[in-house]
Design a protein around this ligand. Structure first.
Ligand code: CMP
Length: 151
């Protein structure tokens, strides 16, 4: 059996075939950019292991963004991600966590480079198209909030 397939079945994925958690924010669904963003991710080589439309609850949003609790933008962020459906994703690629963050671009649209998803598709720091976990540990924690699994 192919070794990657074997590792996948054994649940012992290495960094060369890593999984991460991401979701398309409500602005992306409202602005009809879902196809555009999924297409970019597909063209880059990401494999969609799980994909699900979901309405994030306030409880889930507060848990997801608990590290930002107390910051001035926290409430606006929670309000935005609960304002409409999102697209939850588990994505697989070599070094998926880092690769995805590069493809997405900087959080602030002012500094997100043209060619990145946020650089091309957003002007708002809150409604900034897509969220992606910043580490393997956070991908595990964040995906579990939605009963998804990166292993
Ligand atoms: P996201 O990748 O979902 O992670 C945290 C979010 O907080 C971030 O994208 C932004 O949408 C939002 N946010 C709003 N204001 C700020 C800010 N000043 N600094 C960082 N993140 C911010």
């Amino acid at each position: 059996m192919d070794s990657v397939l074997r590792k996948e079945r054994e649940g012992t994925l290495t960094e060369s075939n890593q999984r991460t958690f991401s979701f398309l924010k409500p602005d992306t669904v409202k602005n009809r950019f879902v196809g555009e963003v999924l297409s970019r991710l597909e063209q880059k080589g990401f494999i969609f292991k799980q994909l699900r439309l979901h309405q994030i609850t306030h409880k889930e949003a507060e848990s997801l963004y608990s590290v930002h609790k107390g910051k001035p933008f926290f409430q606006e962020l929670v309000d935005h991600v609960t304002s409409g459906p999102v697209v939850l994703m588990i994505l697989q690629a070599p070094d998926a966590v880092e690769t995805l963050r590069k493809v997405i671009g900087a959080t602030n649209p002012l500094t997100a480079e043209p060619g990145t998803i946020r650089g091309d598709l957003s002007v708002s720091i809150t409604a900034n198209v897509i969220h992606a976990s910043d580490s393997v540990e956070n991908a595990k924690r964040e995906s579990s909030i939605f009963s998804l699994d990166t292993s």
